[in-house]
Design a protein around this ligand. Structure first.
Ligand SMILES: *[C@@H]1O[C@H](CO)[C@@H](O)[C@H](O)[C@H]1NC(C)=O
Ligand SMILES: *[C@@H]1O[C@H](CO)[C@@H](O)[C@H](O)[C@H]1NC(C)=O
Ligand SMILES: *[C@@H]1O[C@H](CO)[C@@H](O)[C@H](O)[C@H]1NC(C)=O
Ligand SMILES: *[C@@H]1O[C@H](CO)[C@@H](O)[C@H](O)[C@H]1NC(C)=O
Length: 494
């Protein structure tokens, strides 16, 4: 009788199990949290077992579960308060959760499970991702060619760098250099020689995957462009492909720019204009003038410069063709009054909106917006929005697209605040270089390429392109906000 009891007790405690990790590698963002999955097979109750998660040092564990509870104040102090068991121990799930990931958390973790008579272990690799800075360009002329270099820092793990031409073809270069700083962040730089006649612009993308890539473009065109490119960084256009949603989540729905940017005190010519005298219906006339000056500009561009470089005049003609095509496609929009709430008021002709009650104090929503009546879900759509007068009256505005109802995931827009300049909804810390004061914006919403591009209509120059990777088939609506800092309107320029 006693023998049988001992025998059965032995078989019970000698139950064998194996430890498995569904994925050998887990990748999470710096500062976020990670679950390192680990389970028992068969799914035995692990409550009575010891569970030890450790990195290199078995005796200095990340987490130790023993005697039916997690042992506080043991193990590596750098994990204290950040490591916990997240799964159901009863079902053999001994997964580890790590919060507030730091770069030093990278590496191999061992999941070690021990019963009275048996132990097993398995390991999981944790990758901590850090997104670096937007690539910066520098240009130098080397004979007929341009030496274009591109650099970006602050990445983890090692990013890839890709040069592409206008058609999206990869340009190869053997000059790519990586450097790791003491913190473990990687910077990358590269250069190539480029003949401006090969492509109008080239892009340099640095990233960890297709989803987390920052893309900058530069137009290293010689000839009449040269002056414009003497100060290198200006005029490059930047596409931010970082997951829009992630960034918006971090920055809030309607982000504010960082005010430490070199704030330029501009003389406000509009200050003394009483609210009643505002040109609420006069915007189309002013925009007409802009249209004329655009045409003049094209004429002068292709005129005197034809002798300088044939490339220059071809691209100017090309631009004119593209421009005329876009103008023909232009859609007429009106405001959906149902989307207009206080403090906004729709203008008399129904194409614009202004802030009836100027509020300079801090308010929860400094960019109350309205949507267009029309929505889009296919092809390519082009429309224009007048955001300011030539006299620089507006202190802030926001223009873009969103779905109904607007959510942070679907809102894609450019913001302007007097002290910060123009910045994208995806990252308020990036200032978009505009050559000049912008009065009318052109927007190209392209469902085929999943992009939203902004054009400075006055100058016919490209301002910014968003890649909308998560574009869905639901309708997108044009969005605009006059801000709450002045009572000048923003309006669809039909
Ligand atoms: C595990 O990794 C594969 C690719 O290796 C991936 O497709 C899958 O989504 C991952 N599963 C989890 C739960 O992370
Ligand atoms: C993670 O960091 C945030 C902010 O830095 C802090 O409020 C929070 O308590 C931290 N969580 C843990 C578990 O350390
Ligand atoms: C254990 O539970 C966690 C959290 O509920 C889950 O993410 C993980 O996939 C589970 N792992 C296993 C191996 O069952
Ligand atoms: C191009 O510029 C990089 C630095 O920006 C320099 O290291 C490289 O030598 C230059 N190449 C040529 C051919 O001038």
């Amino acid at each position: 009788m006693l023998l049988i009891f001992i025998a059965s007790a032995l078989t019970f405690s000698a139950a064998e199990f194996s430890v498995f990790v569904p994925n050998g590698s887990v990748s999470e963002r710096l500062g976020s949290s990670a679950v390192l999955p680990c389970g028992l097979s068969p799914a035995l109750n692990a409550k009575m077992f010891d569970v030890r998660w450790h990195k290199n040092d078995y005796n200095n564990p990340v987490l130790l579960y023993k005697d039916l509870k997690v042992q506080e104040n043991t193990g590596d102090p750098q994990y204290r308060g950040r490591a916990s068991l997240i799964g159901e121990l009863e079902k053999g799930n001994v997964s580890l959760k790590l919060e507030n990931l730091t770069l030093t958390d990278r590496g191999e973790y061992v999941c070690f499970v021990q019963s009275v008579t048996w132990y097993e272990k398995a390991s999981v690799n944790l990758i901590v991702r850090a997104l670096g800075s937007s690539p910066l360009f520098s240009l130098a002329e080397v004979g007929d060619q341009v030496n274009v270099s591109c650099a970006s820092g602050g990445w983890s793990p090692k990013p890839t760098l890709t040069w592409r031409d206008k058609r999206g073809r990869e340009l190869t270069t053997s000059h790519i250099h990586y450097k790791t700083d003491p913190e473990g962040l990687v910077s990358v730089s590269s250069w190539l020689l480029f003949s401006p006649s090969e492509s109008e612009w080239i892009s340099c993308s640095v990233g960890l995957s297709d989803q987390e890539m920052i893309d900058s473009r530069v137009l290293p065109v010689k000839g009449f462009w040269r002056e414009a490119f003497i100060s290198i960084l200006v005029f490059s256009l930047i596409i931010i492909v970082i997951l829009t949603a992630l960034l918006l989540k971090r920055q809030g729905f309607l982000p504010h720019c960082s005010f430490q940017k070199n704030a330029k005190a501009t003389v406000n010519l509009c200050e003394s204009v009483p609210a009643e005298a505002l040109p609420l219906t006069g915007t189309s006339k002013i925009s007409e003038e802009n249209g004329d000056s655009v045409k003049e500009k094209i004429a002068s561009d292709s005129g005197p410069h034809t002798g300088v470089s044939s490339q220059s005049s071809v691209s100017a003609k090309e631009r004119l063709l593209v421009w005329n095509k876009l103008k023909k496609q232009k859609v007429k929009l009106i405001v959906d009054p149902g989307t207009c709430h206080r403090p906004l008021t729709v203008t008399q002709d129904g194409t614009g909106v202004y802030c009836g009650q100027v509020n300079t104090s801090n308010s929860a929503d400094t960019f109350p917006h309205v949507l267009s009546k029309e929505g889009f879900s296919s092809e390519q759509k082009y429309w224009e929005v007048t955001v300011d007068l030539k006299t620089k009256c507006k202190l802030s505005w926001c223009v873009g697209v969103t779905q109904k109802p607007p959510t942070k995931e679907t809102l894609t827009a450019l913001y302007y605040e007097e002290r910060c300049g123009i910045y994208p909804s995806t990252d308020p810390h990036i200032q978009i270089p505009a050559e000049d004061h912008v009065t009318t914006l052109g927007l190209i919403l392209d469902f085929k390429h999943k992009t939203l591009s902004f054009i400075n209509v006055d100058k016919q120059s490209h301002l910014h392109t968003f890649r909308m990777n998560n574009m869905s088939n639901n309708k997108y609506f044009a969005l605009m906000s006059p801000g709450i800092k002045d009572c000048y309107p923003v309006s669809f320029h039909n």
